[in-house]
Design a protein around this ligand. Structure first.
Ligand code: SF4
Length: 362
C-alpha cells in the first residue's frame, strides 16, 4: 500500500488492512487520543475491521482524566467573589462532587470561556480589581501555551493572573497501563498533536521495554487507516518501533522550543488521574520561581491523593479510560447518562469515549 495517499479510498485501504490482518492472532490496539476515538466512531471503522483486530479507547481525553478533586478545587475557587475563572468551554459541564462550573456561573460566579491564554491574560489586564485564574487542563499540547502565559504575565507585571495547573503527561499514563497489565494491549495509535511537541523519544520505552509497536497518527480517517496499516505491518514483521504516520505534523524531535517553554515554568510531579489514581511524575506543577502565578499556592488549593468520590463507584469512566470497559458496558449509558444529562466526564467532553459511542456506536 502506498502510504499518505489520499487517492486510495476507504475501502481500498481497509482491504490492505484485511490482507495484513490475515494470519495474525487476535490483537488489541489502543487509540490513546479522544480525537481519534471520535474520528473512528464517526467513520464506523470499529464495525468493519477484521474480527481479529480490536480497537480500545484510551486515556487521551484531557477533560475525562481530570480528577474530581481538581474539579472540586476549582469549583471552590469559583465561590470567591474576587476571582474570575477563565476556562476552555469543555470544562463548563464536567461534574465534580458538588456540581459544575456552569451551575456556579448561573448562581453568579465569575466564569468566562476563553479560546486562548492570550484572552485570559487580556481578562486579567482589563480587570485589575479581580484575580483571574486560568484553568490549565490538557496534555503536552496545551501546556506550552499555559507556560507562556505565565512568562508573559510576569514580564507584564500582571500580578492578578495565575494558572491552576491540572496538566498531565501522556507517556507516564502509557507506562501505568502497561505496568498494570490488566488489559491486553498489542500496539498503540499514538496522539498526533501531543507528539508534535514531544516527538518520538518519550515513547521509546513502549517499544524497547514492552515490545509494543507504536504509530503516531493524524486525525483524518485516512490517517487512521494508514496508522493501523503501519501497526499491523510491524506486528507481521515481529517488530516494535515508533513510526510516524503523521509526517505532515510531527518531527522525530518534536518541538524543542515549546518543550523549553514548558520546562522553564513547569516541573514534573505525581498527580491524580481519574481511574488510575496517582501516577508518578505524570503531572506538571508550576516551579517555585513562578509561585506567584500558581493558583494552587495563591489560593491554598490542596490535592488530597486519597480523595474518594462516591460518584466514581457508579460512573465507569475510570475503567473506560483504562480500556477495561467500553461505554455500553456502563449501567448508566444511554439511560441515566446522556450528552444532554451527563453523569460523568466521558459523556460531557467532545473527546469523551461515552459521547463518541453515544453518537456513533450505540
Ligand atoms: S456512560 Fe456516563 S456514567 Fe457511564 S461511564 Fe460514561 S460518563 Fe460515566
Amino acid at each position: 500500500m502506498k502510504l499518505h495517499n489520499t487517492e486510495r479510498n476507504y475501502s481500498e485501504k481497509l482491504k490492505d488492512i484485511e490482507t495484513l490482518a490475515r494470519g495474525l492472532p487476535a490483537v488489541s490496539i489502543m487509540e490513546i487520543c479522544g480525537t481519534h476515538t471520535m474520528a473512528i466512531g464517526r467513520s464506523g471503522l470499529r464495525r468493519v475491521l477484521p474480527d481479529n483486530i480490536r480497537l480500545i479507547s484510551g486515556p487521551g481525553c484531557p477533560v475525562c482524566v481530570t480528577h474530581d478533586r481538581e474539579i472540586d478545587n476549582y469549583l471552590e475557587l469559583a465561590k470567591d467573589k474576587r476571582v474570575i475563572i477563565a476556562t476552555f468551554g469543555d470544562l463548563l459541564r464536567v461534574p465534580g462532587s458538588k456540581g459544575t462550573l456552569n451551575a456556579a456561573r448561573s448562581q453568579g460566579a465569575g466564569v468566562v470561556v476563553v479560546y486562548s491564554t492570550l484572552e485570559a491574560l487580556r481578562l486579567a489586564s482589563n480587570n485589575p480589581d479581580h484575580e483571574v485564574v486560568f484553568l490549565g487542563v490538557g496534555f503536552e499540547t496545551t501546556a506550552p501555551t499555559a507556560a507562556l502565559s505565565i512568562i508573559q504575565a510576569k514580564s507584564q507585571g500582571l500580578g492578578n493572573y495565575s494558572v491552576y495547573s491540572m496538566h498531565k503527561l501522556v507517556p507516564p499514563a502509557l507506562e501505568a497501563l502497561l505496568c498494570d497489565g490488566s488489559v491486553k494491549l498489542d500496539g498503540f495509535i499514538c496522539p498526533g498533536h501531543v507528539s508534535t511537541i514531544i516527538g518520538t523519544s518519550p515513547y521509546t520505552f513502549v517499544a524497547e521495554q514492552y515490545k509494543k509497536p507504536c504509530v503516531i497518527t493524524g486525525f483524518e480517517i485516512h490517517d487512521i487507516l494508514d496508522g493501523l496499516y503501519l501497526l499491523l505491518l510491524q506486528m507481521r514483521q515481529n517488530k516494535a518501533k515508533i513510526d510516524i504516520q503523521y509526517i505532515r505534523g510531527v518531527k522525530p524531535d518534536g518541538n524543542p522550543i515549546a518543550r523549553k517553554t514548558m520546562d522553564t515554568v513547569f516541573r514534573t510531579g505525581d498527580v491524580l488521574w481519574r481511574g488510575f489514581g496517582v501516577i508518578p511524575n505524570s503531572g506538571l506543577h508550576i516551579r517555585e520561581e513562578y509561585r506567584d502565578y500558581d493558583a494552587s499556592v495563591k489560593f491554598g488549593l490542596a490535592m488530597d491523593h486519597h480523595y474518594i468520590n462516591e460518584k466514581e463507584a457508579i460512573c465507569s469512566c475510570g475503567d473506560i479510560l483504562k480500556g477495561l470497559k467500553t461505554p455500553n458496558e456502563c449501567d448508566l449509558f444511554k439511560g441515566l447518562c446522556t450528552p444532554l444529562n451527563p453523569f460523568g466526564p466521558c459523556m460531557v467532553s467532545t473527546e469523551g469515549a461515552c459521547a463518541a459511542y453515544y453518537r456513533y456506536e450505540a
